[in-house]
Structures are given as C-alpha cells and as structure tokens.
Ligand binder design. Structure first.
Ligand SMILES: O=P(O)(O)OC[C@H]1O[C@H](OP(=O)(O)OP(=O)(O)O)[C@H](O)[C@@H]1O
Ligand SMILES: [Mg+2]
Length: 179
C-alpha cells in the first residue's frame, strides 16, 4: 500500500497539530450550545474520531453515509444518502464534519437537507479544501488545509475504497489509476 504513494503531502504530525487547532476553535465557538456533530461517512471517519477527542465541550455525535464518487476520481454529480442520521436536527446547532471539499456537491446537498429539516444552524468543518475544483459556491466555516487540485488519499480518503487506513495524506503514483 505504501508503495503506491508517490508523495506524502501531510504527515501524521502535521494533521494532528491541525486537528488540535480545529478542536480548540470549535470548543471556543460552541461553548454552552451542545451541538450535534455529524460525521459524513465514510471519508470523515478518522477525522471525526480525532477531532471529537480535541473538542472539550459537551457534544452529541451522529453519522450519515453519502456517496457520489463510486470508484472514480470524479464526482458522479449525484449524491446518494446511504445511511441517514438517527437524531432529529430540528432546532439543533449542527456541525458537519467532512474530510474534503472538492466540487462542493456533497456538502451543498447535505446543507440543503439539514436546513429543510429546520436545523437552528448548519456549519461545516473540513480538514481539506480544494477551492480550485468547486462547481457550486460554498465554503467551510473551519478549514484545515487548503490544497491544490490533486486527488489525495489516506486518513479516511480513498481511491476505489483503498488507502483509507494510511495515517498520512498523499498522492498516488499515476500507474495506480491505470492498473
Ligand atoms: O465536494 P465533493 O466533490 O462532493 O467531494 C467530497 C466528498 O467526496 C468524498 O466522498 P465519497 O462520495 O467518495 O464517499 P466516501 O466518503 O465514502 O469516500 C469525500 O469524502 C467527500 O464527502
Ligand atoms: Mg470516496
């Protein structure tokens, strides 16, 4: 698996440092509000686990699974809910936890769903952001790293369901896509 990586862009240490900073900012901003923190599966599962340990105020956690990439490096444009939330969001402060914002289609769909369910507020924390690839106008409220237009894997992010368990984030060798 490690042999398929061309370059490590963000080390385990750099990611942990950033996750601590994001956790501190969220703890400060949401103090006294008991937010519902929503992990967007599968990609955000490691970020959610690490981020939640760095949030020092009471929160509730929930999980939603959506997918639009399938086995491709391009979004199909159609976002599907594979698993919905258990919690009701009406009247709740909601914080969506995403691993990456690329085209923005997944998040714009999710924000729309949660607003239609009458959440009190809907904010987004994304570990990685590729603003150069946006097809819809959308920004996160908390962003870890702004990254160039390259398909990245690791720390939850997959290519064709592989590489999610790498502890760092990097780019794949070109031959991996053609094999
Ligand atoms: O901004 P976008 O272009 O919509 O891309 C970002 C989304 O795509 C990925 O999920 P994917 O659909 O691959 O599902 P996964 O999390 O199960 O990998 C990623 O985890 C984000 O949720
Ligand atoms: Mg994916």
């Amino acid at each position: 698996m490690q042999n398929d990586i061309q370059e490590v862009l963000y080390s385990q240490e750099a990611i942990q440092q950033k996750v601590q900073e994001l956790g501190a900012a969220i703890s400060r901003d949401y103090d006294g509000r008991n937010p519902l923190v929503i992990c967007v599966l599968k990609g955000a599962f490691i970020f959610m686990a690490d981020l939640s340990k760095n949030i020092t105020i009471p929160i509730e956690l929930d999980f939603m699974a959506v997918s639009s990439y399938g086995n491709s490096t391009r979004s199909s444009g159609e976002v599907k809910i594979i698993k919905d939330l258990d919690a009701f969001v009406e009247g709740r402060d909601v914080l969506i936890v995403e691993d990456i914002i690329d085209s923005g289609l997944t998040l714009s769909y999710l924000i729309d769903v949660l607003e239609r369910r009458n959440a009190l507020s809907v904010n987004v924390v994304a570990l990685f952001d590729k603003p150069g690839r946006r097809t819809v106008d959308l920004n996160a409220d908390y962003t870890g790293f702004t990254i160039p237009d390259a398909f990245v894997v690791g720390y939850g992010l997959d290519y064709a369901e592989k590489y999610r368990n790498l502890p760092y984030v990097g780019v794949l060798k070109p031959e991996v896509y053609s094999s």
